[in-house]
Design a protein around this ligand. Structure first.
Ligand code: HEM
Length: 558
């Protein structure tokens, strides 16, 4: 009896093994089938010139994403042109594109085909929430439509006094530091605090109190700071996340808790803290709105912040179509904090660093601000006068052209498509006058490639020359029809996913520079500052062998 039972048991487990083996084989065959089909479809891409792959596993990625990768990006665009094939992981063929005509198709005409990648959308949905960084197509367009009025010039104009008020706080802190004489100050830290306050007060009507030197950072502030460095290190995890991202959230949480990856646990914790705190801010705002008679001017951000205005618009909306659900407002809140902080602080740090290296430009800019005060009086410079200052505009434009904080963005072709190119692509067998992009191809939109293209900007494209903006630009700039929203550059991208905060950001920078330049003289530190290339370029110094994000500058009272 026992023997028969064992035999049964044996054949049962053998069947289970056989079935599992068959399933595994079927799974592997399916993956292989799709991988081979994808490779076959990619055959036309082999003709496109590009650097040799350095590893089957990682392709050219170690060169593309290295901290010193600026040189590699410059090398590929100068050697291979504005459409370059690179090797992605496991021999995948991918494209780096800076050709303006091709980008018109990718970012404007065919933007629904060249969407954000799944890994970008899915990880953002689960960490930042259902904001602009997580939606596509009609859903994304609806969100943009509801958000556009709060980023209008009319609204930006009304924000200038708040921006000045916040920047005064920074100026006072820095003035206290240099009261006894010149001091070396880590401006990345202070400009980061400024950018956080500007977006948190101007965007959410919330303050982290981060410009108060005596304040203790709360867990919300810590989470916002830690979010980007944490996700940036989880590249491999993010790339496979779409395979499991539709599992029930409880299962995903349990899986994350079981996996032995401390960074993943940290990301879950950071996400929870961001969610709980944005929800608290939103609930408080809604309660105030429901009371009806609240004086919003008494609130942080004086009730002019983006979220308060969105909530008021929700109350006044006549149909569901014109209303944004709470879940999506929460997603916008975290997305704004994420998108508006490191980008702006990096841009401002770069401008200050360049002014420190170029005292002549610094003096000319200071003179322009002083002259504006002579005409307008001693008070803060208002919106219209600030945007009319030509040299301030030229310094900002030139820095954002040559040193865009975001170097590239990625897209994935959702269908086979042929797109036009401005310059024929030279291949071993002749020239291609259009580019066939097979479905599933990963495309890097090279912001830095467009902004520094010598055939567009002229032979001095790699030089920092603010005065280029004071004279008419070369005809080649207009002729290129660069599909960007800002000054013929791609710094804030273009099309339906262009940076919605680009006017907000320009204004923050101008208010900050106008105030700082009239109070301080900047000169370079003795420390060597290295700009680390990455999703967002960050200045750093080497301290006891460790790389520390920092931008030391010597400050002196004017
Ligand atoms: C110098 C500063 C900034 C730069 C260089 C910059 C650049 C960019 C770029 C390149 C994108 C496109 C990302 C992609 O397609 O993957 C983007 C999107 C975005 N930016 Fe900015 N940004 C800056 C400041 C800001 C500020 C201050 C805010 C908020 C007030 C903001 C809010 C956003 C949002 C919400 C998106 C997503 C837009 C969408 O998907 O529809 N950005 N930004």
């Amino acid at each position: 009896m026992n023997a028969i039972f064992s035999q049964h048991e044996y054949s049962l487990s053998a069947s289970i093994w056989l079935a599992s083996g068959a399933l595994l084989c079927a799974g592997v065959s399916l993956v292989l089938f799709f991988a081979i089909r994808h490779r076959v479809k990619q055959i036309p891409l082999w003709k496109i010139p590009g650097p040799a792959s350095v590893s089957f596993m990682t392709g050219n990625y170690t060169q593309m994403f290295h901290v010193g990768a600026a040189k590699f990006h410059e090398h590929i665009s100068k050697t291979y042109g504005s459409v370059v094939r690179i090797a992605g992981p496991l021999g995948d063929n991918q494209l780096v594109i800076s050709d303006p005509k091709a980008l018109n198709s990718i970012l404007l005409k065919d933007q629904d085909i060249f969407e954000e990648t799944e890994w970008f959308l899915e990880t953002n949905r689960h960490t930042l929430g259902l904001g602009l960084f997580a939606t596509t197509g009609a859903h994304h367009r609806k969100q943009r439509k509801l958000l556009t009025p709060v980023f209008s010039i009319k609204h930006m104009r009304s924000m200038v006094p708040l921006f000045h008020k916040i920047t005064h706080q920074l100026r006072d802190v820095l003035q206290a530091k240099v009261a006894e004489g010149p001091q070396e100050v880590d401006l990345l830290d202070w400009l980061g605090r400024l950018a956080l306050e500007l977006i948190s007060q101007g965007g959410l009507g919330y303050t982290f109190d981060s410009l108060n030197p005596d304040s203790i950072e709360n867990e919300f502030g810590k989470a916002i700071k830690e979010y980007f460095p944490t996700v940036a290190k989880l590249v491999v995890f993010r790339s496979v996340y779409p395979l499991i991202s539709r599992w029930p959230s409880q299962l995903l949480r349990s899986a994350a808790a079981c996996l032995p990856f401390p960074l993943l646990h940290k990301l879950v914790n950071v996400t929870d803290v961001m969610y709980e705190n944005t929800k608290k801010v939103l609930d408080e705002k809604k309660a105030l709105l429901e009371k009806g008679d609240v004086d919003f001017a008494e609130q942080v951000g004086e009730g002019k912040d983006i979220i308060s205005i969105l909530l008021k618009a929700n109350v006044e909306a006549e149909s569901e179509e014109d209303r944004m659900p709470d879940e999506e407002i929460l997603g916008q809140m975290t997305s704004l904090l994420f998108a508006g902080t490191d980008t702006t602080s990096t841009a401002l740090s770069r401008i200050v660093s360049l002014l420190a290296e170029h005292p002549d430009v610094q003096e000319r800019l200071r003179a322009e601000i002083a002259e504006a005060h002579e005409t307008l009086g001693d008070g803060d410079i208002d919106y219209d006068d600030l945007v009319a200052l030509p040299y301030l505009e030229a310094v900002c434009r030139e820095t954002l052209r040559l040193f865009p904080p975001v170097n590239f963005v990625s897209r994935m072709a959702r269908e086979d498509i042929s797109i036009p190119v401005s310059q024929p692509i030279r291949t071993a067998s002749g020239e291609m006058t259009s580019l066939f992009v097979p479905r599933g191809t990963f495309v890097f939109v090279s912001i830095i490639g467009v902004n520094r293209d010598a055939s567009i900007w002229g032979p001095d494209a790699d030089e920092w020359k603010p005065e280029r903006w004071l004279a008419p630009l070369p005809g080649s700039v207009n002729d290129a029809h660069i599909p960007g929203v800002y000054s013929n550059t791609l710094t804030f991208l273009g099309g339906g996913r262009a940076c919605i905060g680009f006017k907000f950001s320009q204004l923050e920078m101008k208010v900050a520079l106008a105030q700082l330049i009239e109070s301080f003289r900047f000169s370079p530190s003795k420390e060597e500052v290295v700009w680390r290339f990455g999703p967002i370029t960050t200045p750093s110094i080497k301290d006891s062998g460790n790389v520390v994000p920092q931008m030391p500058v010597v400050l002196q009272k004017v």
